[in-house]
Ligand binder design. Structure first.
Ligand code: HEM
Length: 308
């Protein structure tokens, strides 16, 4: 077989393998006729929730990230750490009262994420809508696709690249770690025995090491992802990385790496919040476009926790 024919066949096989899932036709006006107030309803539930649970915005953004990567809420990365399902239930119930059976759970998460980011002081963007919910879940896929806090930068880049997300997307989207919390359990080795050396992670600043050791001395403790402006969505995350204050090694290595392009992005976002906001919004839209089910595929779940 000649090379040109082989390339054509390879592209055809790839299109057949992935084409059935991509074919996105999302649009910001998707519900303008069928449920014009969907976004307002979701925003109102979020605003009420934030009054009592200020961390919830961050938790919903993380849920959306996982939903985009795997459409599965029971994976290892989710099982013990994901929060916010009850808030999604409340949002869904509120939307159902106005427009029953119309707005998917995946879209509610996408709307909630934009709302959470903008309400915390971050950028706004036109949320692309029209996703349908999956009828099947794949835990094996989920566990493979979601990156862990200890994962190497190269491996994270590879996991994002599977979905067409670039290093710029990785660095911009990691900026979501400007708010929310993480379990101390995940960073124990960074504090005491990094990679079996018997010493802490050398890229962690001494100040952050000291405070984290203290915060994390209580069983089940949580640490702020951003120790400086934890409830604000800003570019402080990148300044933290410059100062050795990233919580996970997946964060810190964006700066403490010899990959010059990653370091340059951290420096740019730290210097220029507007550029970070523009890129973050762009990358969120890209992430929200990963493999959406559209048309008559999948379903609009009536209860976000289970298939109809
Ligand atoms: C780049 C690779 C990423 C890795 C390795 C990673 C890892 C993690 C880990 C380990 C946690 C804490 C979970 C726990 O305590 O059990 C976390 C929390 C969080 N992640 Fe990521 N994450 C990544 C990318 C993202 C992206 C793309 C977003 C959203 C755009 C995101 C948003 C969040 C938020 C907001 C929290 C805090 C959630 C809360 O407070 O409930 N992360 N992440």
């Amino acid at each position: 077989m000649n090379l040109r024919r082989f390339s054509f066949l390879a592209i055809l096989i790839l299109l057949l393998a992935f084409g059935h899932e991509s074919n996105a036709q999302l649009s910001p006006d998707y519900y303008s006729a069928t449920c014009p107030d969907a976004a307002t309803i979701v925003r109102n539930v979020l605003a009420r929730t934030l009054q009592s649970y200020p961390r919830m915005g961050a938790s919903l953004v993380r849920l959306h990230f996982h939903d985009c990567f795997v459409q599965e809420k029971g994976s290892i990365s989710n099982a013990r750490s994901s929060r916010g399902f009850n808030v999604v239930d409340n949002m869904k119930a509120a939307v159902e009262r106005y427009c029953p059976g119309v707005v998917s759970c995946a879209d509610i998460l996408a709307i909630a994420s934009e709302a959470a980011v903008s309400m915390a002081g971050g950028p706004s963007w036109d949320v692309q809508l029209g996703r349908r919910d999956r009828r099947v879940a794949n835990i094996t896929k989920a566990n493979m696709r979601i990156p862990r806090g200890s994962e190497s930068l190269q491996s994270i880049i590879t996991k994002f690249a599977v979905f067409g997300l670039t290093l710029t997307d990785v660095v911009a989207l990691s900026g979501a770690h400007t708010f929310g919390k993480g379990r101390c359990l995940i960073i124990r080795d960074r504090l005491y025995n990094f990679k079996g050396t018997g010493k802490p992670d050398p890229t962690l600043s001494l100040v952050r090491l000291k405070t984290l050791r203290k915060t994390c001395s209580v069983q089940g403790a949580l640490a702020n992802l951003d120790p400086v402006t934890n409830f604000k969505f800003d570019n402080q995350y990148y300044t933290n990385l410059q100062n050795g204050k990233g919580l996970f090694s997946s964060d810190q290595q964006l700066f403490s790496t010899n990959m010059a392009s990653s370091v340059a992005l951290v420096n740019r976002y730290s210097n220029n919040q507007t550029e970070f906001f523009v890129n973050f919004a762009r990358s969120m839209i890209k992430m929200g476009n990963i493999m959406p089910l559209t048309g008559n595929r999948g379903e609009v779940r009536l209860n976000c926790r289970r298939v109809n």
